[in-house]
Design a protein around this ligand. Structure first.
Ligand SMILES: C[S@@+](CC[C@H](N)C(=O)[O-])C[C@H]1O[C@@H](n2cnc3c(N)ncnc32)[C@H](O)[C@@H]1O
Length: 224
């Protein structure tokens, strides 16, 4: 079933439980996400995912700038896109330490305030699980990439183990509430193919525990 965009979901909340959920999302969740995303076991995956990134880069779901220290020397500039004001604020310190210019736009990946064909590389790490409409976000990525530009991705997603996948589907409604709209059972490969991307490279593995959160997809894709 289609979900209301995050802004509308928030605006539609009322009463004490709505206020509590909004406070949790604004005060607690960003630190939890930051803690989860900065775990050291992700570092080798990030390095592999970002090794080929070059030129002018657009990074959707920029968060607190966790990828900045993993970008290779061929990167000229990074434009981050994230709807979270708190994430954008907390990315400032990391951006100042980067050896290339970084600008962060408070916006959703589904509607980026960026010119068409203006980026050499696009990056999505642990983000396509959370965007409201991955199909529209991927179409936007295709729009802002120059001809021949590539998308570098690293995502958690659907496990090929049926028992784990069943748990992922069961847990999705809870995960969406406690983890800022994150879905466990999305299939990054299927989403990319549906959005018209050609997958040039794909590494996948049951990399972490607990298993419903631990199946990773890393690769490179080209809009066709
Ligand atoms: C799990 S965090 C990952 C952060 C970072 N990419 C990383 O690898 O550590 C997901 C991020 O996606 C952002 N996000 C959620 N919905 C989004 C959307 N529609 N467009 C762009 N970013 C979004 C969240 O605000 C959050 O910063």
């Amino acid at each position: 079933m289609a979900r209301a965009p995050a802004m509308i979901r928030k605006a539609g909340r009322s009463g004490a439980s709505g206020a509590l959920l909004t406070a949790y999302e604004e005060l607690v969740l960003p630190s939890l996400i930051r803690l989860a995303c900065s775990q050291p076991s992700f570092a080798p995956w990030r390095m592999r995912a970002l090794a080929g990134v070059r030129g002018r880069v657009v990074e959707i779901g920029f968060g607190s700038g966790e990828n900045l220290s993993h970008y290779p020397a061929a990167v000229e500039s990074v434009a981050g896109v994230d709807p979270s004001a708190r994430a954008v604020r907390s990315s400032v310190a990391a951006s100042l330490r980067a050896p290339f210019p970084v600008t962060v736009h408070q916006a959703v990946a589904e509607s980026m305030p960026l010119d068409s064909g203006s980026f050499d590389s696009a990056v999505a790490t642990f983000c396509l699980c959370s965007v409201d409409d991955p199909g529209v976000a991927l179409a936007e990525i295709a729009r802002v990439l120059r001809p021949g530009g590539l998308l570098y991705f690293l995502e958690h997603g659907l496990s090929p183990e049926p028992r784990v996948a069943a748990w992922q589907r069961r847990l999705d409604p809870i995960e969406r509430v406690v983890a800022g709209g994150c879905n466990l059972s999305r299939d990054p490969r299927a989403m990319l193919v549906r959005a018209g991307f050609e997958i040039l490279e794909l590494e996948e593995a049951a990399a972490l525990h607990p298993k419903p959160w631990g199946y990773l997809y890393r690769g490179v894709a080209r809009p066709s």
